[in-house]
Design a protein around this ligand. Structure first.
Ligand SMILES: [Zn+2]
Length: 163
């Protein structure tokens, strides 16, 4: 019970309570800016914050548009497709809940809708020796709790142009 300043003192049930040991992964806590992202994720949609006046897609969610300072931001569904821009292989678990995943890959995915629109996520279903920068990726959703689906990525199964 160390939290004293909660800007949203709504009903704060479940997941944040530290039950037993640290066997569960940390649960993201949506805030005013990211609520649209998490609501969409629960429905297995990837939605990215969007600034209508300047048409910029924004991630991670922000309070104002970094390009035009508009603060009336909305959410827009995106395809969930992109390319692996960069990655790192994790060999040491940052918390006990991650131990059974080792080794795992954390990637930077550049979404196809906009240059340099990056997301950081775990890369699932991928042996570490087969991961390569530039491979096509698609979003997938990891169920953390009944109320929380976490957008992650995996190598794309859609047909890329060419081969
Ligand atoms: Zn803008």
């Amino acid at each position: 019970m160390t939290e004293s300043e909660d800007p949203n003192p709504s009903e704060d049930t479940g997941p944040s309570k530290d039950t037993s040991a640290d066997v569960r992964k940390p649960i993201p806590r949506p805030d005013e800016n990211s609520a649209g992202y998490w609501t969409a994720a629960r429905e297995h949609r990837l939605a990215i914050q969007y600034c209508a006046p300047c048409e910029l897609l924004i991630h991670t969610p922000a309070g104002i548009c970094p390009q035009c300072d508009n603060d009336d931001l909305d959410y827009r569904d995106v395809s969930g497709r992109g390319k692996l821009y960069s990655y790192t292989v994790i060999h040491d678990a940052p918390a006990p809940a991650f131990a059974n995943m080792l080794p795992y890959i954390v990637g930077v995915i550049e979404l196809e809708e906009q240059d340099r629109l990056f997301m950081i996520a775990n890369i699932l279903d991928t042996p570490t020796e087969s991961v390569k920068i530039g491979i096509p990726m698609e979003v997938t959703f990891e169920s953390l709790t009944p109320d929380c689906e976490l957008p992650q990525f995996r190598p794309a199964h859609f047909n890329t142009t060419g081969d």
